[in-house]
Design a protein around this ligand. Structure first.
Ligand SMILES: *Cc1c(COP(=O)(O)O)cnc(C)c1O
Length: 679
């Protein structure tokens, strides 16, 4: 259907684009929103504005959208070089190569408004909501300086830098003329709204993501920096104001844009102040009635993940109507004078969910007063974003046996019926090998070899995730390599700039790498700079084994392993998070200390000695099995390895956001009812 001037006028009336004539006229036309149909955007906007639509607003501090690769927009404008830092250093035990070589990513990077798994989950949730045609709008913040850019320096490890980028030329991202104002005690902060539209995988349905930005001339210099850096934590005012912008600003933005919202879903406690804004805005709504419209997802048992503020700090910043309510509902009975945003969210949201079944048990132990209301909805990943091109087109060749897994990811469980199909087994190996060759090409200067056993640990560097566990005893590692065959180890991850412990893990990794310089033919270790969704996609499809060794029970879910299983990557994991529910799939190996009983335990007691010993035993088995399956590039089609790869893909039929969002809708949002996916 060809568009006409009316549809463009209608769009601009609903979505007043700032600088339209100068900046966007070439990309938003009567037919097109960048390279996609404008008409779909209009349909989605009108549905969200209609009073009769039951809509959901999803609040999250961060979003990892893989906007550079999944449903990527193209623009008629030239790409800004600012959005393309493509060069990454490597720390390896082939030091001579590190000095002169870089990995060249050759692509625009993802919109830098995330730090790790929480943000990627939020992005994946929006994409699956689009696929399932749920009337939903996302709310977040446009971080003008990103999270941070990780630079590696010899001898000093990680040096954080600002992530500069240009939102004005990022394809698909548009600034609105719309402003909201947040009258805080010291000054009023004005916010510009941006929009980014998330299309479903088939391109039919659209979800708007609203991003708030304080970097506008109306604001003081101080206020302009408020939305610079995600999780900036060197100053308490900053932390409070960032959360106030998300929660309070988010509510005002929805109102200003005229969306009629039924459920406000808070992805983590950061947005908990949204309730205070709703409860104290005009009309004095009943608090109890309001709670019915709020839902909260708790993402971590780790203390640092729960925001606490002194009530005096809140009173100094927020208008009294808000601070009074926040203190009333958020006060921590165990720490007088303190407000805990987790308690605020739990007391004000009717719906509370943890992110895996085990995490549900742990959250009920941590917050027994709410245990009847704490449900667990296990996380997932967006299959279309994380499946590699080679695996997805390979799976399509077996559509008759598997079913339409793109539409309903649960169908992936049918891969089990192909266990005796030699063509499938061989084809899966080849599809995986293609990904491994791609990774090896990217790392060719480090002599990465696609026929060598390759294991990867990559995620945020945090103590409880035990980043350097596999490098704890390098002599033991060398013994395994001598006995069973060569090993490649890839590591990547950023430590939050204020996390001192995180830095020590990076230093541990670097000194272990240094000590292995003599043995680079048996054991190649490579640590990649500036882990992001670009690397996440390549690594979760291009290695043989995905290593996940958090200290139980502190990994609420973990999601990177779910990206790996859909690509047939085996898992080597401690028993924690989502993995607790997945052991029956037999897609790898479980090792390490296990959590039992009614105490959460101490997140600083890392069990490094015992668990690294168990990791090495497990690794020895895995390397042996790998070289049974791969004799110098010739696959053994009947090998147990390939059976495990198939089990991994079956498990991906459950651990995806299609199933997760269907459960959110079934138990919490209730917008679709009969149309949800059944797994
Ligand atoms: C998926 C993802 C994560 C999450 O990893 P976990 O294993 O859940 O800790 C972190 N960072 C990036 C860039 C990701 O894509």
């Amino acid at each position: 259907m060809a568009g006409n001037q009316n549809s463009l006028d209608e769009f601009l009336a609903l979505v007043p684009v700032e600088n339209f004539e100068d900046q966007y006229r070439g990309d938003i036309t009567v037919d097109h929103y960048f390279n996609r149909p404008l008409e779909r955007v209009l349909v989605a906007e009108k549905a969200l504005l209609a009073k009769e639509t039951k809509s959901v607003a999803y609040f999250s501090m961060e979003y990892g959208l893989s906007a550079h690769s999944y449903n990527a927009y193209t623009s008629k404008k030239a790409e800004s070089p600012k959005n393309q830092h493509t060069i990454h250093r490597v720390f390896s035990n082939l030091r001579a190569m590190d000095q002169y070589n870089r990995i060249n990513a050759k692509t625009r990077f993802d919109i830098p408004i995330y730090s790790g798994g929480l943000g990627v989950l939020a992005g994946d949730a929006l994409k699956s909501a689009a696929d399932l045609e749920i009337p939903l709008v996302g709310i977040g913040i446009l971080w003008n300086k990103g999270y941070f850019k990780q630079n590696f320096w010899f001898a000093s490890g990680q040096l954080p830098a600002q992530q500069n980028w240009d939102p004005w030329s990022y394809p698909g991202l548009i600034p609105l003329k719309t402003r909201i104002s947040l009258p805080f005690k010291k000054e009023t902060i004005h916010i510009r709204l941006w929009k980014y539209y998330i299309f479903s995988f088939e391109g039919n349905h659209v979800i708007p993501l609203i991003l708030m930005d304080s970097n506008i001339p109306e604001n003081s210099e101080f206020a302009r920096t408020m939305t610079d850096s995600l999780y900036r934590s060197d100053n308490v005012d900053w932390k409070i104001l960032q959360r106030a912008i998300l929660g309070i600003g988010g509510m005002k933005a929805l109102k200003q844009l005229g969306y009629s919202i039924d459920i406000f879903h808070l992805n983590e406690g950061h947005a908990a102040m949204a309730f205070a804004e709703a409860a104290t805005s005009q009309g004095n709504p009943s608090i109890d009635a309001l709670k019915e419209h709020f839902a909260y997802t708790c993402h971590t048992p780790v203390a640092a993940g729960h925001d606490r503020f002194h009530e005096n700090n809140l009173r100094q910043i927020l208008p009294d109507r808000l601070s009074n309510l926040i203190i009333q509902y958020g006060n921590d009975p165990e720490q007088s004078g303190m407000v805990n945003l987790t308690l605020l969210a739990m007391r004000t949201c009717k719906y509370i969910n943890a992110v895996a079944q085990k995490h549900g048990e742990v959250t009920r132990l941590q917050f027994p007063q709410f245990k009847e209301r704490i449900r667990a909805i296990t996380n997932g990943v967006h299959s279309h974003t994380w499946v590699s091109q080679s695996v997805s087109s390979f799976l399509d060749r077996f559509k008759n046996e598997i079913g339409d897994w793109r539409k309903n990811q649960c169908q992936l469980k049918n891969v089990l019926n192909l266990k005796n199909n030699q063509a499938f087994r061989k084809g899966l190996w080849d599809a995986h090998q293609e990904n491994k060759i791609y990774l090896s090409t990217l790392l060719k200067n480090w002599n990465c070899n696609p026929n060598v056993f390759t294991i990867c640990w990559a995620r945020r560097i945090a103590a409880y995730k035990r980043p350097s566990l596999i490098l704890r005893n390098v002599n033991r590692l060398l013994d395994i390599a001598k006995k069973t065959g060569p090993i490649q180890i890839i590591l990547a991850g950023k430590a939050h700039p204020q996390d001192g412990l995180g830095f020590t893990f990076i230093n541990d990794i670097l000194s272990a790498i240094d000590s292995l310089g003599q043995h680079r033919d048996l054991l190649r270790v490579m640590m990649l700079e500036n882990y992001d969704t670009f690397f996440a996609k390549i690594l979760t499809s291009g290695v043989d084994v995905w290593l996940n060794n958090p200290l139980p029970p502190f990994e609420a879910s973990g999601t990177s392993g779910m990206k790996a299983i859909i690509n047939g990557i085996l898992q080597m994991s401690t028993l924690d998070g989502w993995v607790v529910e997945a052991t029956h799939y037999d897609f790898g190996w479980i090792f390490g200390w296990q959590h039992q009983g009614n105490q959460i335990g101490d997140e600083h007691d890392l069990h490094l000695e015992g668990d690294s010993a168990q990791l090495y035993e497990t690794l020895e088995k895995a390397v042996g099995l790998y070289y049974d399956a791969n004799h110098n590039g010739i696959p053994n089609v009947d090998s147990e390895w390939i059976s495990k790869m198939m089990n991994a893909i079956c498990a991906a039929g459950f651990f995806n956001t299609g199933r997760m969002i269907s459960e959110y809708d079934k138990y919490i949002w209730k917008t679709m009812l009969e149309k949800n996916l059944q797994c």
